[in-house]
Design a protein around this ligand. Structure first.
Ligand SMILES: [Zn+2]
Ligand SMILES: [Zn+2]
Ligand SMILES: [Zn+2]
Ligand SMILES: [Zn+2]
Length: 303
């Protein structure tokens, strides 16, 4: 009997077992971690977006989410439109909420959809929609008035679009001197004459000039909009002056952001308004052809 040897070999056995088991556990742990990361990545890369996108209209769903008895999800709008049958598998739809997915959505934080336009906000899923409606990186509508132009984009995109698709006049500099000439001016009651783009202080402004009726009075209006946000627009001022034959009309204003539609600015008369009768005096004309000389200047308000 060699009790010492027995103890020793027993100790060895325990130690080697501990080594093995430590080794194995680490390995298992590593493997487990790897696969969790893998699942996590997969989940993040495709499933979250795919799961929360309505498979019918491809828009992100907002509660209540619905599902058919077979588990196909769909958004509220698509459920209303689908009436009785699941658009995916055609079984009767019923009225089944998909609460689990609503809860999953609630727990998520997702990037703003205007990320590619420069927004770096990460927001809880349900706050995202609200933010996106006011996100300052959201695309602007094309400022060209008078056409139903549906182009949207950031300022550089719109500049290119105005130049190439609308053939708009581009000017650089903060002062301008324009002549608007119109024959048969009496017949024009509602016309958008011109849009001119000014590049000054490294920013872009659009000058609108058009005829419309103010109540029963035919008038012309000229105003400036700023291609950017409202808080930036407020940092600028502009003046417009129209005159001729000893008469003069001057306007000083603040450019409006192109977030405010052209129609909105016109309808609240935030610009130089020239009654048509006066416009003919400025033209010195015969009441037929109209020639208006507009002088303008843009400057930066010193804070
Ligand atoms: Zn839908
Ligand atoms: Zn279904
Ligand atoms: Zn945003
Ligand atoms: Zn356009």
């Amino acid at each position: 009997m060699a009790p010492g040897g027995g103890v020793s070999s027993c100790k060895e056995l325990v130690e080697s077992w501990q080594k093995v088991s430590r080794f194995d556990t680490t390995n298992i742990h590593d493997e487990l971690e790897k696969s969790i990361t893998c699942i996590g990545e997969k989940f993040q890369k495709c499933s979250i977006h795919e799961l929360l996108e309505c498979p019918i209209c491809r828009r992100f769903m907002y509660p209540p989410f619905y599902q058919c008895p077979n588990g196909h999800t769909l958004c509220t709008n698509c459920k209303i439109e689908a009436t009785d049958f699941c658009p995916t598998c055609k079984v009767e739809l019923g009225n089944i909420r998909c609460l689990a997915l609503e809860k999953v959505a609630e727990s998520l934080e997702l990037p703003c959809r205007h990320q590619n336009l420069g927004c770096h906000k990460i927001l809880p899923y349900y706050r995202k929609l609200k933010h996106e409606r006011h996100c300052k990186f959201r695309p602007y509508h094309c400022p060209y008035a008078g056409s139903e132009c549906s182009i949207k984009g950031d300022i550089p995109t719109l500049m290119l679009h105005l130049k190439e698709d609308h053939k708009v006049d581009m000017h650089s500099g903060c002062t301008f001197n324009h002549r608007y000439v119109k024959s048969n001016a009496q017949q024009v009651d509602n016309a958008i004459w011109m849009l001119t783009v000014f590049d000054c202080f490294g920013r872009q402004f659009v000058l609108h000039f058009e005829a419309f009726s103010l109540g029963m009075t035919p008038v012309y209006i000229a105003f400036l909009r700023f291609m950017g946000e409202d808080n930036e627009a407020k940092m600028f001022n502009y003046s417009l002056q129209v005159g001729g034959y000893g008469r003069k009309l001057t306007w000083q204003g603040v450019p409006r952001s192109i977030r405010d539609s052209h129609g909105k600015v016109r309808d609240c008369q935030d610009g130089l308004i020239i009654p048509r009768s006066l416009a003919f005096f400025f033209s010195g004309g015969n009441g037929e052809e109209l020639t208006l000389k507009v002088i303008g200047r843009i400057w930066k308000e010193s804070a």
